[in-house]
Design a protein around this ligand. Structure first.
Ligand code: NAD
Length: 306
């Protein structure tokens, strides 16, 4: 099998044209790759055709048979498994030189299972989840954490470099997905800690905006206080581009990693419980920054612009 990098104008399949998939296919097209894309939602496909010039053959099997590699950017590992192994799915079109790059935030346990099934059919797989959200997808500066065999990663490195700025090799297949879930646990715990602190400060008589400014100049600063509070929470815009449902999924995955490795994680348990209760109380389809409304309900106080 060739270990040469996949470079433009190679054809790349891309499955999952949601909030992240849209800017990612634009970057691939801008780098000179031919992109063949698919999504269950025809409006998402139409948008990618219009804004990124992708081709949409309408069949997963056709995409797999015409592309050197296929990227999945789907809600979770179950969706990746389904598009790969379904009767008319990617595997039906893959020949043995092909490669699956799962850039979704999937469960690492499921990724290892899928990787083993693909390896038995001569197909390579890497997990390459991303961090940085829609904003960093739009300017191709995503952080990408990649698990898999070094030779396979070198093959897809040029593809990943067209979408990301920092490419981290995290270890064997599944390690990227484990890293991503644990990162999002730390991120969600930081957001929750800051929400509780800002609410307590507000109820004690302090101005929420000023509290965030002080945190940002002090040791309590984190990514949420820096990049989310003023812009998405205190403004009440709640439009960061990353959903509450996906965050809860990532938190459950982080707990799965802790369990699978026999690691005590009482704070992660508390975090999963709180975010899951918030999701149940607030309902589906919200931005993850709207989670603050759950803590506001508990406190009977709403944070807002002053
Ligand atoms: P999204 O919900 O906006 O998009 C998912 C897309 O997948 C949708 O367009 C949906 O129609 C499509 N889809 C679902 N099942 C499908 C199937 N079986 N076949 C074809 N298409 C299918 O999600 P997103 O925010 O773009 O996130 C995608 C992945 O990236 C998730 O795993 C998420 O956790 C991760 N992620 C998201 C962000 C972010 O800021 N949004 C950041 C980092 C990682």
């Amino acid at each position: 099998m060739s270990s040469t990098g996949i470079i433009p104008p190679a054809s790349i399949g891309f499955i999952g044209l949601g909030k992240m998939g849209q800017p990612m296919v634009r970057q691939l097209a801008r780098a000179g790759y031919r992109v063949l894309a698919h999504d269950l939602d025809p409006r998402a496909v139409k948008r990618a055709c219009e804004t990124a010039g992708v081709e949409a053959p309408g069949s997963l099997k056709t995409i797999a048979s015409r592309c050197e590699t296929v990227i999945t950017m789907l809600p979770d590992g179950k969706a990746v498994r389904s598009v790969t192994l379904a009767a008319d799915g990617l595997l039906a079109g893959f020949s043995s030189e092909r490669l699956l790059i799962d850039m979704s935030s999937s469960s690492p346990v499921g990724t290892r299972e899928l990787g083993a099934e693909l390896a038995a059919r001569g197909i390579d797989m890497v997990d390459a989840p991303v961090s940085g959200g829609v904003r960093k997808a739009e300017d191709a500066t995503l952080a990408i954490m990649v698990g898999g065999e070094a030779r396979t990663i070198e093959r897809c490195r040029p593809v990943l470099e067209s979408m990301g700025k920092q490419i981290f090799l995290t270890g064997p297949l599944g390690s990227g997905h484990a890293m991503k879930a644990l990162n999002n646990y730390v991120s969600a715990a930081g957001l929750a800690a800051a929400v509780e602190a800002v609410l307590a400060a507000a109820r004690f008589g302090l101005d929420p905006g000023k509290v965030v400014d002080v945190l940002n100049a002090s040791t309590g600063m984190n990514n949420s206080t820096l990049n989310k509070f003023h812009r998405f929470i205190l403004s009440r815009a709640f439009d960061s581009g990353f959903s509450l449902d996906l965050m809860v999924k990532d938190l459950k995955t982080a707990l799965e990693v802790a369990r699978a490795s026999g690691t005590p994680a009482p704070l992660a348990h508390a975090c999963v419980d709180a975010w899951s209760e918030a999701q149940a109380a607030l309902g589906p389809g919200l931005d993850h920054t709207a989670v603050v409304r759950y803590w506001e309900r508990l406190a009977g106080t709403e944070l807002g612009k002053k």
